[in-house]
Design a protein around this ligand. Structure first.
Ligand code: NAD
Ligand code: 6OD
Length: 483
């Protein structure tokens, strides 16, 4: 059994208040998490503040070398990270080993490389007295960054923020999700191993309200808050950040459309929507919970997706061939099952699933639900309007491009869309018409880390990725020199 301690100023810090961390595969106990007190969060912020000067003034090449050493160390301890992530989330080995952990390392590499190659603007100017002046931009670190993370892709989403933050010369205090403390804690060990100075990376464990999340976001010495999670939590954090007018970067919820035109490559579209609806058991913010299929292929598509959904293999995530895991927790399972119940009560046609799978002990103690497909619900249904964050989707037929654009955009969210068509004109028109931050055509979750990432409407504030991350993790200063 593990003890997940706070990592403050390079030291392991215990708390007299602990809570259990359970494996959602079978509800077995992974370990105890040490919940940080307000005083411990304050110590973490102070440590980050003290480390800020030396870290930000360190030669860029030295900082870059340390981050590369960190990448090497994550790769060396790949199996430890894999084991921690699988135990915390129950996600299949194939997913954690191909997506989560490699991205954990890549997030440091990409931003370490980028930081050496960022141009800033210059504006030579004529002055009123007939002379000359030169304006140029300097990017300086924002300061101490509070990083609040969700549980669905714990290492990937945490390092997606910590990578650019550290590369730009900031220091961080990370509050991982209470559901998934393991990889953020392990990263502390690796930080010490490679010699990242104490206080540059700190981890405080706990919950949101009246716990480490609130203590961190309300702390007056935190200069900026980057958050990934639910839109409602974003509202609470925004209120906390308003005190002291601290900037925020938000990656929030979604209710993303998947759109399949009749001219799409049918098999690729089915495979693509299978991934976007069910990967990570639907616990991906970019996932597709609303599918719109053009009428001529509607029946065939529903049948093909049903077959895919019924072919997933559930079980021990480390076993060969397992490709579908449980939800992250019993609490989240209750939420997802409540939508399964709502769909039934509203008279949806349940194409497949709709309940809990019949699994042998000890898996029957885990947080499993069946992959589920519905048809026949009105667009006004909460099942179609609200983010469920489970392995489920509703499929509806459409006739025209204009109609599907209106359907897809009729939501308070605007995170992502996936569109399947072989017509280049349709592809371009959809890329322009869909009100989202990310539009994938004939693909889904295909990531180039230099591109912008973020959501429109209530799906987020700001963009991260490549040079866009510099907008949040640095302040741009204009220097004007009269020559
Ligand atoms: P959540 O909002 O419940 O929790 C996220 C984090 O916020 C946790 O660490 C939690 O402890 C903390 N928190 C909660 N209340 C807080 C408060 N008042 N003050 C400070 N911190 C607080 O989200 P979740 O359930 O962990 O993750 C699922 C959600 O995240 C979904 O809505 C999903 O769409 C969203 N998400 C979005 C993206 C994106 O890139 N847009 C990516 C992944 C997940
Ligand atoms: O790929 C990324 O950078 C990213 N932020 C993915 C988010 C996935 C959400 O669940």
């Amino acid at each position: 059994m593990k003890d997940f301690k706070n990592f403050i100023n390079g030291q392991w810090v215990t708390s007299n208040k602990t809570f259990e961390n359970r494996n959602p595969v079978d509800n077995s106990l992974n370990g105890l998490v040490h919940e940080a007190s307000a005083q411990q969060v304050d110590e973490a912020v102070r440590a980050a503040r003290a480390a800020l000067g030396p870290w930000s003034r360190m030669k860029v090449q030295q900082r870059v070398d340390l981050l590369h050493a960190l990448v090497d160390a994550i790769e060396r301890r790949f199996e430890d990270f894999l084991d921690a992530e699988i135990k915390d989330t129950g996600k299949p080995h194939v997913l954690a080993s191909h997506v989560d952990i490699p991205r954990g390392a890549a997030n440091f590499k990409v931003f370490a490389d980028l930081i050496r190659n960022i141009p800033t603007e210059t504006f030579p100017m004529d002055t009123p007295d007939g002379g000359k002046a030169l304006n140029y931009g300097v990017r300086v670190p924002r300061g101490v960054i509070g990083v609040i993370c969700p549980w669905n892709l714990p290492l990937l989403l945490m390092t997606w923020k910590v990578g650019p933050a550290l590369a730009c010369g900031n220091t961080v205090v990370v509050k991982p999700s209470e559901e998934t403390p393991a990889t953020a804690t392990l990263l502390g060990e690796v930080m010490n191993e490679v010699g990242i100075p104490a206080g540059v990376y700190n981890v405080v464990h706990g919950f949101g309200p009246d716990s480490a999340g609130q203590f961190l976001t309300e702390h007056p010495d935190v200069d900026g808050i980057t958050f990934t999670g639910e839109t409602g939590t974003g509202e609470a954090i925004m209120k906390a950040a308003a005190k002291g007018v601290r900037p925020v970067s938000f990656e929030l919820g979604g209710k993303n459309p998947g759109i399949v035109f009749a001219d799409a490559d049918f098999d690729k579209a089915v495979a693509g929507i299978t991934r976007s609806a069910f990967e990570n058991s639907g616990q991906v913010c970019l996932g597709t919970e609303r599918v719109y299929v053009q009428r001529p292929i509607f029946e065939r598509f529903v049948e093909a997706l049903k077959q895919k959904a019924e072919s997933f293999k559930m079980g021990d995530p480390r076993e060969e061939g397992m490709n579908f895991g449980p939800l992250v927790s019993q609490t989240h399972r209750q939420k997802v099952l409540s939508y399964y119940e709502k769909a039934r009560a509203e008279g949806a046609t349940i194409v497949t699933g709709g309940g809990v799978p019949d699994l042998p002990a000890p898996l029957n103690e885990g947080a499993w639900v069946q992959p589920t497909i519905w048809t026949g619900l009105p667009e006004s249904s909460p099942v179609i309007r609200e983010e469920i964050f489970g392995p489920c989707c509703h499929i509806r037929p459409f006739d025209t491009e204009e109609e599907v654009i209106a359907l897809a955009n009729d939501t308070k969210y605007g995170l992502a869309a996936t569109v399947w068509t072989q017509d280049l004109g349709t592809a371009h028109r959809m890329g322009e018409a869909l009100n989202v931050g990310l539009c994938w055509i004939n693909s889904w979750f295909l990531r180039d880390l230099r591109t912008s990432f973020g959501g429109a409407k209530q799906s987020g504030i700001g963009r991260e990725g490549g040079v866009h991350s510099m907008e949040f993790y640095t302040e741009l200063r204009n220097v004007c020199i009269k020559l």
